[in-house]
Design a protein around this ligand. Structure first.
Ligand SMILES: C=C1C[C@]23C[C@@]1(O)CC[C@H]2[C@]1(C)CCC[C@@](C)(C(=O)O)[C@H]1[C@@H]3C(=O)O
Ligand SMILES: O=C(O)CCC(=O)C(=O)O
Ligand SMILES: [Fe+2]
Length: 391
């Protein structure tokens, strides 16, 4: 597999647009995947070496610098309460962080601490289930573009054949409109009635993340000098993605990755990580950890927001590493526009000259699920692909 996520000379690394098809060259001649790995950490634990499919190119798995990334802790309480000085301070912090690397912590965010704790801890029960049971949570999503990514996935081994991530995930969609128990219904209909209480935890957690993401959108607008409600209104009817990440301990952590180097294609990510650590950002030419801070949530700009602000704020390359001793859990809430909404920056001084073409989230999500494995240059590849498409 050609390197598709070389972090150093990003622009010098041009994999073919269909980097998914390239990987399928390891599919056998009658079209079926011949080396599907059933990711079963309890069985893999007894092997001295990890399977070759989990080994990443050394450039992607390059070691981490000790120097933690300086991410500001943006206190949202004053901003939400309408305090002018607190707003100016928060906007300045966000402007500096997003102009540099796009990552910041939020504190004073108002998310119930018990809910946040429960959402992180209750996933343990799910990932500890036998594999066959977890697989019941596969696939039945409502939206076709993303349906391959809904439900349970063990190392994405059904989608990819090499550079597999050392993780298990459970993903589901969240949209508020159309009912206030969509997540609960997802859990009970896909996993079983006994998952109802877990479904309620994520139902409430998603609502809290949606509200928080709209507050952050307001702050981003203020920080960019855009009309305060502009992005909030844009995302009011958003359809977002909730993902539970479970990273088991790994016997050869320096050879693999929990999540490979990528920029999030989505608009905004709110990450709740446990206290183990593993998130890293590629900044100033090196991989730097974003150390967990108790009570804080990590926020980062994704490609879709970078397009919405015409490149003023960065969607930055990041990854998650694993370690020998400890399992790690994280919760990622990905804010995405409603599928058919056109992504374009507001007119005015942000808008020209345009760096990216108009697109819809349905098109971009479809590209990441059918055409291209998300990496460091997804938005660029998507832009080129749009330019080549008939219309
Ligand atoms: C739209 C998306 C694609 C990925 C999930 C997400 O909702 C946001 C980030 C993307 C991802 C996590 C980036 C790293 C590679 C990936 C395959 C993964 O390791 O999970 C990505 C997701 C995907 O499912 O395509
Ligand atoms: O688990 C983490 O720390 C990061 C995961 C991530 O970047 C993602 O899911 O997009
Ligand atoms: Fe990410």
């Amino acid at each position: 597999m050609e390197c598709s996520s070389n972090p150093t000379p990003l622009l010098l690394c041009h994999p073919p647009l269909d980097n998914l098809d390239k990987e399928k060259s390891t599919v056998d001649t009658n079209g079926s995947v011949d080396r599907v790995i059933a990711f079963d950490p309890s069985a893999l634990r007894h092997q001295r070496k990890i399977p070759a499919a989990f080994i990443w190119p050394s450039i992607d798995a390059a070691s981490t610098d000790d120097d933690g990334l300086a991410v500001p802790a943006v206190d949202l309480s004053g901003f939400a309460g309408g305090d002018a000085a607190a707003t100016a301070r928060a906007a300045a912090q966000v402007r500096a962080a997003c102009g540099a690397h796009g990552f910041f912590h939020v504190i004073g965010h108002g998310v119930d601490a018990c809910l946040a704790r429960d959402a992180l801890s209750c996933m343990a029960g799910f990932f500890a289930l036998p594999r066959a049971r977890k697989l019941r949570g596969r696939g039945r999503g409502s939206r076709s573009a993303g349906s391959a990514m809904w439900g349970y996935a063990g190392a994405h081994a059904e989608r990819f054949t090499c550079m597999l991530p050392w993780k298990e995930t459970l993903s589901f969609g969240y949209r508020e409109l159309g009912g206030d128990r969509g997540v609960v219904d997802y859990f009970t209909s896909n996993l079983g009635e006994e998952f109802e209480s877990m479904g309620w935890i994520y139902q409430k957690y998603c609502k809290a993340m949606k509200d928080l993401s709209l507050t952050v959108m307001e702050l981003l607008a203020v920080s960019l000098g855009v009309e305060r409600s502009h992005y909030r209104d844009f995302f009011e009817d958003s359809s977002s993605i909730m993902r539970l990440n479970y990273y088991p301990p790994c016997q050869e952590p320096e050879l693999t990755l929990g999540t490979g180097p990528h920029c999030d294609p989505t608009a905004l990510t709110i990450l709740h990580q446990d206290d183990v650590g593993g998130l890293e950002v590629f900044a100033d030419g090196r991989w730097r950890p974003v150390r967990p801070v108790d009570g804080a949530l990590v926020v980062n700009i994704g490609d879709t927001f970078m397009a919405l602000c015409n490149g003023r704020y960065k969607s930055c390359l990041h990854r998650a590493v694993v370690n020998r001793q400890q399992e790690r859990r994280s919760l990622a809430f990905f804010l995405c526009p409603q599928e058919d909404r056109v992504v374009r920056p507001p007119s005015g001084n942000l808008g020209a000259p345009r760096l990216y073409p108009d697109f819809t989230w349905a098109e971009f999500l479809g590209f990441t699920q059918r055409q291209y494995r998300v990496d460091a240059r997804t938005l660029q590849a998507f832009t080129e692909w749009l330019g080549q498409s008939p219309s």
